[in-house]
Design a protein around this ligand. Sequence first.
Ligand code: GLU
Length: 504
Amino acid sequence: MSHNVRVRFAPSPTGPLHIGGVRTALYNYLFAKKHDGTFILRIEDTDQNRYVPGAENYIIEALNWCGIPFDEGPGKDGGYGPYRQSERKDKYFAFAKKLIDSGDAYYAFDTAEALDNHRKEHEEKGKTFIYNWHNRNKLDNSLVLTAEEVESRIAAGEDYVIRFKSPQDETLDLYDLIRGDMEIDTNILDDKVLYKADGMPTYHLANIVDDHLMEITHVIRGEEWLPSLALHVLLYRAFSWEAPKFAHLPLIMKPAGKGKLSKRDGEKMGFPVFPLLWKDPNTGGISQGYREDGYLPEAVVNMLAFLGWNPGTEKEIYTLDELITDFDLEKVHKAGAKFDPEKTKWFQQQHLQQSSDEEITKEFTKVLHKHGVDEKQSYIHKVVTLLKERAVFVEDLWQLGDYFFERPTTYDEKAVKKAWKDETPEILTQLSGVIAKIDDFSAENASNTVKTWIQEQELGFGKVMQPLRIALVGSMQGPDVFEIASTIGKESTLERLRFAIEKL
Ligand code: GLU
């Protein structure tokens, strides 16, 4: 098996890709890579009414950003293309026709109006109208019409659909890699439309035909498709095709309460539910994205991998390669996975700490440019090493350490009230004299010199160090004050002391 694994991610381009969709793509990717298989992107765009321009590009960009690019798909032909269903339109009718010829499907002429009336009549009697075995022989279809009638109505241009003829009185055994064995009574199934009046296949037909033609071995998709499994298995049987294996992934649930995680949850609680920022082409409305919010793709991927799966060990921080090794479809949970925005931040913080100082320096340089700061890489690198452990996002480094790049212009009031005493200007003036004489201005040497001086003068550390920090930083924050002094340099340190003495 392991050579021929072919899986597909098959989104419909109806808007930005929800993180639930990204997780589906990720699990497909991990499974494919684990088995040296092929990860395919197929765009399911048969429903032209729901097509949203830009959505396909968004999907591709999101996969690339996450580091899980497809092997085959639009623009990357692997011999099974085209990969957009709208470009495969001409393939589907012949398959629908095949099922008609084998007696597994039939033409139905019932108008929307007629079906509506049936529905209403049923509702009035407290029943639900289902188009299937128990009434299909009373409706307007080729099961009751003669072959000539059917032919002439089609020739006359009447609208028709092709419906699947679900079997009666059968118990169907279904198997899912995550959920195990399931039984379905076929009497509850309706005769789903396979081919529509507009000359397009429905999702069900196109999906099965394409999975077959693309030689898909495993269908890994969201739980919302579980109710379609019986029909899909029946379609494979009707075509006498070998069905792929199925795995239906658990839903991603709201952080609190019941139900699926929605866009609204994110808006209410201020976290993104999309990988990338999305601008709605119709309304112009903006939805937050993980990328633009400063998350590392590694963190997002790690977080998503754990929404519905874990290795059964204590290990939580994973690289993509490690995920490929440890991921196991059969260990995916059945129960819905609660989305946790705080945990997502934790993954981000952990992955940022794991990033190399060089990478962070590169990203932080961009942030600095946005703030109009241009500095030497070695200097920025030094700042990164001092501040990194306090940061969750690269952007945080600016709030944490803007004073490394510009002299504080304001001073934290509370800190000043607490630490700036009448004698402070005098002490700092003396301190400046001590500092001015230090030749080796390394953090260590500066620290030793100043501390010795404090002890000799019997001044008390707080009286010197706190005002010094206020002068350099503007507040009581930051790493070791001598690291700061040494980094900004002797001249800047003295200048900041002068400025603070004058200002405060
Ligand atoms: N087009 C379906 C979707 O949008 C694909 C479902 C499947 O993977 O079969 O999710």
